[in-house]
Design a protein around this ligand. Structure first.
Ligand SMILES: Cc1ncc(COP(=O)(O)O)c(C=O)c1O
Length: 389
């Protein structure tokens, strides 16, 4: 039973129809059908400020620019990854099935509701391609995570940006009001990157139920593990109830797997099938899968990483307050605050002091986004910040 399930997953997700050759030719023809790949913006532009990578990467004392979790991966995940090396000459078809099965069981869904990739980024790209086809538009908050709509825009799609509310939350009513016959997708990032604000769960649930009757709703829950009770806030329940909702999750944040690359979406089986056209479904390595199987819902580790993140965040709040700065209260592992100087200059001055952060400009203000790191990194931030504030 387990084997047949696993084999089904392997066949479904790898296009392995009749032996290895078919897999390779299937994958290659899928890639060829994606004239798309060469159009994608360089990594440095997509992940973080280019300067941060080109000038500051190796010498950073505090790497607070990509919302990673420096407390991970867990020791048990690292051990599993090391142990997986011996068999890493094998394609990981069976272990991939185990990971699908673990997630499906925990969430009370079918494996057919899940599509996994090496991080959620490839799935954001798949959704961008699927839902912007034919010049359709993607509605997002502004500012919000730009990966999906900017990919859409690089191809046929249009990007409809809706300003945040006065308290820097996604403006669901205004976003809904923007829906028209050309809308392909509404993208909701909750908690929102870069403002780290969250939506009221009941309001978002009602929005998903109502709006998904008109257009697909994509809820990016990359940071949901930082909430006190993710299960109470997730929109996976809307998928379970049969609504036209896609929920994206990643192991890159609280699990500490950003470099290992593991993410997934949960949606209706027909949506998963449609997204699969734009996914090789076979990008996860044996080592990442082995680590993710052990790390998934490893509650003691997640709790400890969350507590350490919260302690570092409280310290950051106290530094900002002491220096006379306001900040947006954060529901994630990063904090956004308005600067009193040019934001690009601020980033570059911080970089000179070995501290990597990111800048934004919106609402006629200059902003800094600081990721939450280890306490020594937050202290390095504080030292450099005091010199500039
Ligand atoms: C909101 C959001 N979604 C998705 C991603 C992509 O994460 P990954 O591809 O590592 O899963 C990020 C990365 O920072 C993010 O902030």
């Amino acid at each position: 039973m387990a084997n047949s399930l696993n084999r089904r997953t392997w066949i479904k997700s790898s296009a392995l129809m009749a032996g290895g050759l078919a897999f390779f030719s299937g994958t290659i023809s899928k890639l060829a059908a994606m004239p798309v790949l060469k159009k994608i913006a360089p990594l440095a532009n997509r992940v973080t400020d280019q300067a941060a990578i080109l000038n500051g990467g190796p010498v950073l004392k505090a790497r607070l620019l990509a919302n990673e979790n420096p407390f991970g991966p867990s020791p048990a995940a690292k051990k599993a990854i090391q142990e997986a090396l011996d068999l890493s000459y094998q394609y990981p078809m069976f272990s991939m099935g185990t990971l699908y099965n673990k997630i499906a069981t925990y969430e009370g869904i079918s494996e057919n509701n899940i599509l996994m990739e090496s991080g959620s980024s490839p799935l954001l790209l798949a959704a961008a391609l699927l839902y912007s086809k034919g010049g359709k538009s993607i509605i997002t908050g502004d500012p919000s995570y730009e990966d999906l709509p900017s990919h859409a825009q690089q191809f046929d799609g249009k990007w409809v940006k809706v300003p945040l509310t006065v308290d820097y939350k996604l403006d669901l009513d205004a976003m809904e009001a923007k829906i028209d016959a050309n809308t392909g997708l509404i993208y909701i990032c909750n908690p929102n990157n870069p403002t780290a604000t969250i939506l009221d769960t009941a309001k978002l649930k009602a929005f998903c139920e109502r709006v998904s009757k008109k257009v697909t709703v994509f809820v990016d829950e990359a940071y949901i593990d930082y909430l006190p009770d993710p299960q109470a806030s997730t929109m996976i329940n809307a998928v379970k109830a049969g609504h036209n909702v896609i929920v994206a999750r990643t192991f890159s944040k609280l699990y500490g797997f950003a470099g290992l690359r593991c993410g997934y979406v949960i949606a209706q089986p027909e949506t998963i099938k449609a997204l699969s056209i734009y996914s090789t479904g076979f990008s996860l390595s044996a080592t990442t899968i082995a680590g993710a199987i052990v790390a998934y819902r490893e509650e003691a580790f997640l709790k400890e990483a969350l507590q350490k993140t919260l302690a570092s965040k409280e310290y950051l709040y106290s530094v900002l307050k002491k220096e006379g700065y306001e900040y947006i209260p954060s529901s994630a592992n990063f904090v956004m605050f308005p600067l009193k100087m040019d934001s690009k200059k601020f980033v570059s001055e911080m970089m000179k002091r070995g501290v990597g952060v990111r800048s934004w400009q919106f609402n006629n203000k200059e902003w800094c986004r600081v990721s939450i790191g280890r306490m020594d990194e937050m202290e390095a931030f504080a030292d450099a910040f005091k010199q500039l504030s």
